[in-house]
Design a protein around this ligand. Sequence first.
Ligand code: HEM
Length: 458
Amino acid sequence: MFQEKGKQTELAVRFSTVAGGRDSSEATRDPRGFAVKFYTEDGNWDLVGNNLAVFFIRDAIKFPDFIHSQKPDPVTFERQVANRVFDFASQTPESMHMFNIVLSPRGIPASYRTQQGFGVNTYKWVNAQGDTKLVKYHWLPKQGVKSWTEEDAGVMQGRELGCHTRDLYEAIDRGDYPEYELHVQLMDDHDHPELDWDPLDDTKVWPENDFPLHKVGKMVLNRKPENFFAESEQIAFGTGVLVDGLDFSDDKMLVGRTFSYSDTQRHRVGPNYLQIPVNQAKNARVATNQRDGAMTYQVDQTGTNPSVNYEPSITGGLVEATTPGQDELGPEITGRLTRKRISQTNDYQQAGERYLLSDQWEKDELVSNWVGNLSQCDKPIQERMLWHLFMCEDELGQRVGEGLGMSADDVRNLEPLATQTLSEAELQRAANLGKNGSRDVTGLVMTHCVPNEHVAVN
Ligand code: HEM
């Protein structure tokens, strides 16, 4: 797909929200799913990302807990309870970077056409010799980045729930096809002790001044689904839907995701979900020995003898592919497999830098949304969140603290969380809470810090 300039590949995309159900408002504050399925001639490749560049957690085992904190109270079914969301967040400092984006105007794109997209997790590219590079994917909208404030979203939500899908459909109908450039960042595939963050940590972005973007293609959305249920509802994306050369990395969150998607889809859509037209590898021959089960409506092409549904065999049937041609991929690794937390957590630096690199209207909105949410929370949750905010950046902590009627002095004596291992620099920051001065962002080009236009909803 990336081998030839000008090559066109058919694709399907689905934009979504996370916290609400299918009929929830599209104007809500929430990360947007940005999932793309490429029907390549080697089979399907899915890039299942979001519009906010990072994620709330870095350990896949915490995903169900994180999702529960966003979902309705299981007893009362009360929705979007700030106390649940920030109870979890207050004990999960790696979520600070993501919350500083979700609560900013980027958490409410003005339309799907004006949002960025990201693979978020770190993937791997493999060449014919088996050499590997770590890679991060970025979608940049040709329409520019535009967002709403909380107030804009409230007005829109009172009017209609499906504003973004309508906007997308109308643009396609008038021939104004939305376009997004695809860029990648590349990094050598070995340990990087020189970095103060882990390249396999999905709560981090890679500074673009050190890891520049390379354009590798563009996506043009020039047709709508013919039927919402058949295509948008039944489409099934997964991080394990890969073709040779476009691999996943040892990012343990990504490995967790890769188990999860197909597992869910066998339940949500059905065991033969891959046979539904929108999920088929339209441009490749599918040949496996997996078949039968409920709703089977086609059988994969087999070898010379359809009775032989096992391999190896001397009486016909499929023969295992010889590709990829190399047995060894990437660098040599020695060590023990462990279940330990990653050592370089650095949970506050990028979260603080992002605040500093935001436009003034984005900063103001972020502060107002922090205050609005935390004022609905119990005092101990407010205190811990304020401590985290000061750990990110003095000014952010001060402004949110003012809104809550609190200051650094009210939270200075909090010990780090029992689950946290702070670096020397972070321990000093904690000891000096609120008096650390601004972080130095000279020369830093941070993913996502492209201009973000405010489009008011009247
Ligand atoms: C360990 C962490 C994660 C797990 C276990 C997980 C699991 C899931 C599951 C089970 C679904 C529903 C799939 C279906 O029914 O078709 C889903 C949907 C989705 N996830 Fe994740 N997820 C994780 C993290 C992420 C992250 C970090 C991103 C963004 C980069 C993401 C993006 C998406 C998107 C875009 C969808 C909707 C796909 C669609 O449009 O159908 N997920 N996830």
